[in-house]
Ligand binder design. Sequence first.
Ligand code: UFG
Length: 331
Amino acid sequence: MTVLVTGGAGYIGSHMVWELLDSGEKVVVVDNLSKGFDWAVAPEALLVQGDVADSALVGGLIREHAVDSIIHFAGSIVVPESVADPLAYYQNNTCKTRTLIETAVQAGVGNFIFSSTAAVYGDAGIEPVREEARLNPESPYGRSKLMSEWMLRDAAAAHDLRFTALRYFNVAGADPQGRTGQSTPGATHLIKIACETALGKRPFMQVYGTDYPTADGTCVRDYIHVSDLARAHRLALQRLRAGGDSIIANCGYGHGYSVLEVIQAVRRAFGGDFEVRNGDRRPGDAASVVANADLARSELGWAPQHDDLGQIVSDALSWERRLQTMNSVRG
Ligand code: UFG
């Protein structure tokens, strides 16, 4: 049996590939390399450059490699970009997911794990936020993911398909063994930006808003180590293979850190200072977003191993250093 990982050359996908290989799985990756990198894919996995909506390609791979499960990461993830170009997000995240689900159903793949997001909640206003909370995505990005969850639910009710949708909170960090990390240029994520600033890739960074109703006035997020997230997917895979029913579960640690706390953690890990300026609020940011992840713990048996902001930022920083060296070698 083989696991097909879409978007396996990207940030979370490349960690997933290592997680699967480490547990003895055979892995085929389909990635169009629009954001990912071929070198990010573990050499033991088969990388096929292509589109997840190319059903002839994906269907052929499913048959050739006896794929029983799909883990679907491929998609676009930048919220402001989705506001500027919503139709591209609906195309890439929703329409292509529809085609992939159809290919899975037609080829008899029974297990489907989907990369969803806390953005489906919008500003829930209640926290920690549970899966039953009101769904009110505030961006085309969040809506494009929610529509995919709905398609999966409907397809699972009608066909021989079971799924797990994992709603990620703020994914950060890098493989503790340094095999992969977040390599996308132009990243917008706080921890990545703080690490880039520490290493001098940026002259300074900004704190977007210091007047939020939080303890220190800056936004609070539930930062989850990417390796813990990858493990949650592997547990979801085990559960589906054992006949588990379809579920949607949050992936976060259940506690949050403010922007200033994150910056302090990066300073500590770096062992030095860097310039941080206070800026205006970024449109669309909620004051605080923290997961209730009881369901992932009880249903998947998920027990996070890296729930430590210090480790998250030091793994992110190590990867950023490695990236710097790789880029200088490549010129
Ligand atoms: N921030 C700064 N300065 C920066 C970058 C970020 O102050 O340079 C702040 C943001 O304003 C926010 C916090 O740091 O308050 C976290 O911002 P990120 O961009 O790292 O993450 P978001 O919480 O905005 O979004 C993340 C994912 C989305 C996902 C969302 C779900 O990037 O894809 O979580 O809650 F939809």
